[in-house]
Design a protein. Structure first.
Length: 159
């Protein structure tokens, strides 16, 4: 079998960032998959599952309810390696196109108080594995390290 595209990225040089993982074309529709890399693979600890799970609940809710991006959001979810997330949006997009969206999701999460969206046994298959405090820690670090002032090497995959 051929190696899939995400396994061809040099993870030894990959920094926390916002990257275009792939673009897929379906008729006249382009879907852009973004790699939202929160930690440096194999050099920093992976994200804890409770924090990842909460970010998934928070950001999926935020993206799907966003007035401009809600109808263009196809998917948001964690990477199996727990170093980041994938966000799939309709459109031929670049990382700079979505930085305001990611900053807004970060600020919303950091200011959020109350019950995590979907936090119930009826709404989630593992609802007890959530941690809003930890999610906020991860989101704040990602905002400060990447989103507030991304460097060019945080927006384009390394060779």
């Amino acid at each position: 079998m051929d190696k899939i595209a995400s396994f061809t990225v040099n993870h030894e040089k990959l920094l926390p960032g916002v990257y275009v993982s792939r673009r897929d074309v379906f008729g006249n529709t382009v879907l852009t998959t973004f790699d939202l890399r929160f930690t440096r693979p194999n050099a920093e600890a992976p994200l804890d599952t409770a924090g990842v799970h909460t970010i998934e609940h928070m950001w999926a809710t935020f993206f799907r309810n966003h007035p401009m991006w809600g109808r263009r959001t196809v998917y948001f979810g964690p990477m199996g390696c727990r170093t980041g997330f994938y966000l799939i949006l309709e459109g031929d997009l670049s990382p700079r196109d979505i930085l305001p969206l990611l900053l807004a999701a970060s600020e919303w999460t950091l200011a959020y108080e109350g019950e995590i969206p979907g936090y119930s046994p009826r709404d989630c298959g593992n609802y007890l594995d959530n941690n809003l405090t930890l999610a906020k820690l991860y989101v704040k670090e990602y905002r400060d390290r990447v989103l507030a002032d991304p460097k060019p090497e945080q927006l384009v995959y390394p060779e």
